[in-house]
Design a binder for this molecule. Structure first.
Ligand code: UD1
Ligand code: MG
Length: 484
């Protein structure tokens, strides 16, 4: 069967109630723009073409849509004269006269591809000129009401502002998603006028016109009515965002992921989780993050566009564009910046910041360090408090440390510098020159002591008093001045 289906997504209106510099449909929930979710659902129907009607901020909105559906047809509606006018602009851009046309709006992020596909199938099976995806809601305020006769046949949609008091009692509403026979739509659009309470061309008038023509009209109530809820302001965005998250987290639990506290666990729509992953409270997995099986993430961890290997453990960590190997151990209090790669069974420990750092299999950076623009070979251990000084004030340079090296606490590697396999550094070393394999680098000189310094230079202070008391109680044994 030819699948001549066009999906029109309306996105020309400004969304003024968002009170935002950003167009409403570009606001994000679940890691995607609202219109991104709708386009995703639209693509699931395998349409022959997608038309997006843009108007306000058309450059930004158009470019964003093209980023998601590269072959989208963009139709520009100069003035927002109503949904009927918007669809007329869209149809002029494609001149389609057969098959099916579905109209959706760009602000319903909970809409799924399954629901849209089912609706298109129902519309086609009914051979209706126009079908409404309707819904029964508790509070229909502001929405178009579906009018039916005693037999239950759909007669028309009446908008809130044009409805009588009796019609306002109707709780079956138009979701805003409609399916049309293309030939009927083409000939109906020019007949739609704007003689109504809002002075707009209402697409919904097409239903009444189909009835006048004696054509079949249908309304299919969706069970899960939240899927068609349009977002108008930021409070609604947060509520729908929380609902989307609840749905995503529930789906992952059903797929074999343990989530200790679903209410404080946030998982974006494009995240992928393996079987037996455990998510602890306060975890946010964002963007295109992928977590391998048996990994444990959290508590209090945010990972954006990260890849975590199977069986890894990531505790109280903030990470972006980082890769954590299988069985590796990260945190608590680690900051993984873009370009971090930690090998299999590697460790990045407490108060460690990493960036463009390739840390090999089994290598460890356990405590209080900054690792930037570095390669650390397998099995190497980096001492506590180590700094990879990668920036000379003008340019960034790399540090390369070989395999199975053991570097001392508080080492500073001044890049560019290389340390060979099996080499080491003493505590407090400032490494400015390459270190040969197996060598130990030490840069600090012998320790010097200036005796009596506190008493001479800080007389009368707590420091001097403490020193004097200690010296009086037990004078240094090898000091000849205190011998009898
Ligand atoms: C519309 C429906 C109403 C339905 C409701 C569901 C009409 C006349 N009414 O009402 O029956 O219950 O949606 O949310 O269709 N748009 C354009 N160009 C325009 C006008 C609107 O692109 O000229 C876009 C808007 O950006 C928005 C969508 O179409 O995404 C709906 O328009 P809006 O004005 O919000 O219609 P509603 O009054 O909500
Ligand atoms: Mg609206």
């Amino acid at each position: 069967m030819p699948h001549d289906l066009t999906v029109i997504v309306l996105a020309a209106g400004g969304g003024t109630r968002m009170k935002s510099k950003t167009m409403k449909v570009l606001h994000e929930v679940g890691g995607r723009s609202m219109i991104g979710h709708v386009l995703n659902a639209a693509m699931a129907t395998e349409p022959a073409r997608v038309v997006a009607v843009v108007g306000v901020q058309r450059e930004q909105v158009g470019a964003h849509i093209q980023g998601i559906v590269p072959d989208v047809v963009l139709a520009v509606q100069e003035e927002q004269l109503g949904t009927g006018h918007a669809v007329r602009v869209a149809m002029a851009a494609v001149a389609q006269t057969s098959g099916t046309v579905v109209v959706a709006t760009g602000d319903t992020p909970l809409l799924t591809g399954d629901s849209l596909r089912d609706f298109v199938a129902e519309h086609r099976a009914s051979q209706a000129a126009v079908s409404i995806l309707s819904g029964v809601v508790d509070d229909p305020f502001g929405l178009g009401r579906v009018l039916r006769n005693e037999e239950g046949d759909v007669l028309a949609i009446v908008e809130e502002k044009d409805a009588s008091d009796a019609q306002r009692e109707i709780r079956e509403i138009n979701s805003g998603i409609l399916a049309f026979d293309a030939a009927f739509l083409t000939e109906a659009l020019p007949r739609i006028g704007n003689d109504n309470a809002k002075g707009e061309y209402y697409l919904t008038d097409a239903i009444g016109l189909a009835r006048v023509d004696g054509l079949t009209v249908g309304a299919h109530p969706i069970d899960d009515v939240m899927q068609t809820e349009g977002v108008n302001d930021r409070a609604q965005l947060a509520r729908i965002g929380a609902e989307l998250n609840r749905r995503i987290v529930t789906a992952w639990m059903r797929a074999g992921v343990s989530v200790m506290d679903p209410a404080t666990t946030w998982v974006d729509a494009d995240v992928v989780l393996g079987q037996d992953v455990t998510l602890l409270p306060g975890t946010q997995l964002l963007g295109a993050t992928v977590v391998g099986e048996d990994a444990v993430i959290g508590p209090d961890t945010t990972l954006k566009d990260c890849e975590v290997g199977a069986g890894a453990r990531v505790v109280r960590t903030h990470g972006e564009l980082a890769v954590v190997g299988d069985q590796a151990d990260v945190g608590p209090f680690s900051y993984l910046r873009p370009g971090t790669r930690l090998g299999v069974r590697g460790k990045i420990g407490a108060f460690v910041e990493t960036k463009n750092a390739d840390i090999g299999d089994g290598a460890k950076v356990p405590h209080l360090s900054y690792v930037g623009d570095a390669e650390i070979g397998e099995g190497t251990n980096i001492g506590a408090g180590t700094i990879f000084a990668n920036y000379d004030g003008v340019a960034k340079h790399r540090t390369r440390i070989g395999r199975h090296a053991k570097t001392g606490s508080n080492t500073t590697f001044v890049a560019p510098v290389e340390v060979g396999d099996g080499a080491g550094t003493g505590a407090g070393t400032v490494v400015r020159r390459d270190v040969a394999p197996g060598a130990l680098a030490v840069s600090a000189g012998p320790q010097r002591e200036i005796e009596g310094w506190a008493t001479r230079r800080r007389p009368g202070t707590d420091q001097a008093t403490a020193a004097e008391r200690a010296l009086a109680e037990s004078p240094p044994a090898d000091d000849p001045a205190t011998d009898d």
